[in-house]
Structures are given as C-alpha cells and as structure tokens.
Design a protein around this ligand. Structure first.
Ligand SMILES: [Zn+2]
Length: 468
C-alpha cells in the first residue's frame, strides 16, 4: 500500500466511525424524543395527578405533622401507591413535632381613635399569648441585626419585623430566601432582649389580607425568653408601619391573642413506593415531595402538587411500560414544614442500608407551569445533563441551571450524585404559599400535568444514560 492509499484507508475508516456515532446519536435522539412525546401525551390526556390532588386537597385538606389530616394523607398515599402495581410499597416511621394552632388569632392596632383590626396567624412552633392577649408599644425594625443593636430598648415591647421580600429578584424563591430569616429567628432574638412579642411581615410580594404562616425557632432560649410570634398580612404591615411613622398623629399600640400549643411529639411516616431496576437495581433514583402541609389552606401548591406529580412519574412508567434499568422510588416525605423529620429519617435509613442514591428529584415550588430544573452536581454531570436540553425545547422547558434540589432530598447529597428540583414559574407562588389561599382551585390542571411529564421525562433520561 502506498502512503497515499494508506491515508485514504485511514480517512475512510474514520469517516465510517464518525457516521456510525452520528447515526447512533440520531437514533437515540429520535427514540428519546418519541418517548418524551409519549410521556407528555399520557400526562396531558390520561393523567392521574389532578384527580389525586382533588382528593388530597378536598377530601383530606390541611395535614400538618401529627394532625388527623397527616394520618389520613399517609393512609391515602399508601393505598394509592398500592393500586399502581409497584414492586414494593412501605411506610417508614418518622417522629414528628405536633404543634396546633388553636382558636383563630385576633389582632388590632390600638390608637386614640379606636382599634383597627388586622389579619395575623401564629407562626409554627410559637407559644400562645396569655388568655387576655398581649398589648404593648411597637418598635419597627428591618432585621434581627437591628434588634441586636437596639438591645434592651426592645424590652417590654412588641418587635415588628417589616423587611419586605425584595421585588427586584426575578426568582421569587430568592426573594423569599432574602427575607425569611426574620420569620425564623425574629422571636428568638427579640425574646433574648426582653420583648413581649414579635410580629413579622408576611412573606408575600403583593399587598393583601392573607397572613402567611411558616416555621420559627426559639433556638436555645430559656423559657422566660420565649415570646409569642405571629405573621401579619402585608396590608396590615403597611398600615401599622404608616401609623408608626406618623408619630404626631397616632399613639399606637399593638394587640394580639393566640392559643397555639406545642404538644408531645407524634408518629408519622414517609410513604415509599418502588419499581426495582432491571439491570442496575442498586442504583436508586428518588422522586418526591412532602406530604405534610400547613393548616390554613389545603396545601395544594405546597406541596400537594409535588406529591401527585411524583406519584405520577411512577404511574407513567407503568402505563407506558417503561421498565427502568435503575431502581425508581417515590417518597412522600413527612414533616418538611416544621422539622424536616421525613427527609432526615429517609437519608439516615439509606445510609444504614448502604444504599446508593444516584439521583434525587424534588418538586416543592408550586404546581405552576414548569420552566426547567435546577441541578446540584459536579461539572461532569452538569455537562452530561446539558446534552438532553434540546429534547425539552418542544415543551418550553429551557432552564437547566446550576443550584437546586429540595429540602427533603438535601440530606442525600453525596459527591458524585445529582440532586435536582423542578423549577416551575415562580411569579405567583407567594400569593398562596403557607396561606388560606393555597387551595385546590389555585392549581391549574394543565400546568400540574406538564410538571409531572417534565419530571417523568428527565427521570427516563437519567435511567437510560445514568450519571457520570
Ligand atoms: Zn413546601
């Protein structure tokens, strides 16, 4: 063979292999694209997520850890998963806090012209006021740091945390993150300096009359440093702040009364269902949301939507006869809202059993139109996942961003695995989050189903290609 002929042969062979690679990729792309189309069609035309949500929201309702609703939700979740013909369904015991709200809270701004009623709700874990309620002067602040600077000046007063969620953040979850510290830590810090109560502006970007509950903590405060704390609606917060600013016009005091209680810990459960992997059963992929919810509404967005979408992932695998190569699990986590007991118990059990979780996917950002995912993983996996992005373009899914996952799957983080969170449009989430407005009617059927299909699709790809 001459040198020239030799070169020709090498070139031909190279071209042959390149063509083979390209065509293999094309075939896979076409197969994957067809599979995704089937998943979306099944979810949108014959899905189960919306009916499930209807039942969970309207027949069971609010389901705070330890409540009757919590027990009913666990029984319902188990029985629905059992109907799907999975390989295994089981309950995992979780010890949970048991806080109850008691009677509807009362609050008003007291002035020399009369009382102005405002809407409040006790924060989760808060203690009650005395039976008569608390009446005191108010001191408005923007942060816990400001209270630390004021020190003893807050003694005998009600501290009013009024830092709004920053409206300029495009992702409203980030705006929440920027403000929620005052809700969690406000009473703890104010109590240390002798305040008699803490009122926190609701985590909401719009001005309305819904107070938003959420968990708080007293940290290691002594009993006498524990003070009652509540959220005030944004419109109530605006009114109170305005009156406080016009000192020459109004003599302002604030009154509130609440009868919430921390009861002894209760028993709850993570509800788990599994399809065993046909080829790599030791590689576990988890999808989940949290089964508990706050008590004011029925928790349809937070996190009923995430629950039914996660269940739908396994149901769609069964319906479309996709036998996963890797083990696929759904976990309906207990007690995310006020303790994260479910997420911690699940991760502890996984560690004890030496289980290898390669992927964790959580939906806990509301049931709105899906836009994509946020990923917590190393560079290699991030690059690997980016290759699938174009498959989602027909469905207007375009966010494949870094950072994300969820509180429940967080404890499963390990070097080399992938945690991801579904990212729905977040603009209206805080109209509902932790309020009486978070009800079934607030969730849109198609948006919910698109989310379920989007989750199923990415799990299908993780199952097929694994992680790097
Ligand atoms: Zn949630």
């Amino acid at each position: 063979m001459t040198k020239q002929e030799n070169m020709k042969t090498i070139l031909k062979t190279t071209i042959f292999f390149l063509c083979a690679i390209v065509s293999a990729q094309q075939t896979d792309y076409q197969q994957d694209s067809t599979q995704l189309r089937e998943i979306y069609t099944a979810s949108l035309t014959n899905g189960k997520s919306y009916d499930w949500l209807d039942y969970l929201s309207n027949k069971i309702g609010g389901r705070l850890a330890g409540s009757e609703g919590d027990k009913k939700a666990v029984a319902w979740g188990k029985s629905e998963l059992e109907k799907l013909g999975l390989d295994k369904v089981w309950l995992q015991p979780v010890t949970v806090p048991h806080w109850v709200r008691g009677k509807k809270e009362e609050a008003y701004i007291k002035t020399q012209y009369g009382n102005f009623n405002v809407d409040i709700c006790a924060l989760g874990s808060s203690i009650a006021t005395s039976k008569e309620g608390v009446l005191a002067e108010v001191i408005e602040v923007q942060s816990v740091k400001e209270v630390e600077v004021l020190g003893d000046k807050v003694k005998g007063k009600i501290v009013f945390y009024n830092r709004p969620m920053p409206a300029d953040k495009i992702e409203t979850m980030k705006a929440y993150g920027a403000s929620v510290g005052q809700r969690y830590n406000g009473a703890r810090v104010a109590g240390k300096y002798g305040a008699v109560g803490a009122i926190v502006r609701s985590m909401n970007l719009k001005i309305d009359n819904y107070p938003h509950t959420g968990v708080m903590s007293y940290g290691d405060n002594a009993e006498n440093e524990k003070i009652p704390t509540a959220a005030i609606s944004t419109s109530g917060a605006e009114l109170l702040s305005r009156m406080l600013k016009e000192k020459d016009k109004f003599q302002v005091e604030f009154y509130f009364k609440q009868s919430c209680q921390n009861l002894p810990d209760a028993q709850s459960y993570n509800v788990i269902g599994e399809i065993a992997g046909s080829k790599f059963p030791d590689e576990i992929m988890v999808v989940g949301g949290h089964l508990d919810s706050w008590d004011l509404g029925d928790g349809s967005h937070d996190d009923g939507a995430g629950i039914v979408q996660s269940m739908e992932v396994l149901r769609l695998f069964k319906e479309l006869k996709i036998r996963p190569k890797r083990t696929l699990r759904v976990v309906l986590f207990a007690n995310e809202e006020n303790g994260l007991g479910g997420g911690k118990a699940y991760a502890a059990e996984a560690k004890k059993n030496n289980e290898k979780h390669i992927v964790g996917l959580e939906s806990d950002s509301g049931g709105f139109t899906p836009r994509g995912f946020g990923f917590t993983c190393n560079d290699k996996n991030f690059e690997h996942i980016q290759q699938w992005k174009s498959l989602f373009e027909p469905y207007n899914i375009h966010i494949f961003a870094r950072g994300g996952g969820g509180a429940d799957i967080g404890p499963l983080k390990k070097e080399g695995n992938v945690l991801l969170g579904l990212r729905p449009d977040s603009q209206r989430y805080f109209d509902f989050h932790h309020t009486a407005a978070d009800v079934f009617e607030a969730v849109h059927k198609r948006e919910l189903e698109l989310g379920a299909a989007t989750m199923t699709s990415i799990i299908y790809l993780f199952d097929k290609y694994g992680i790097k």
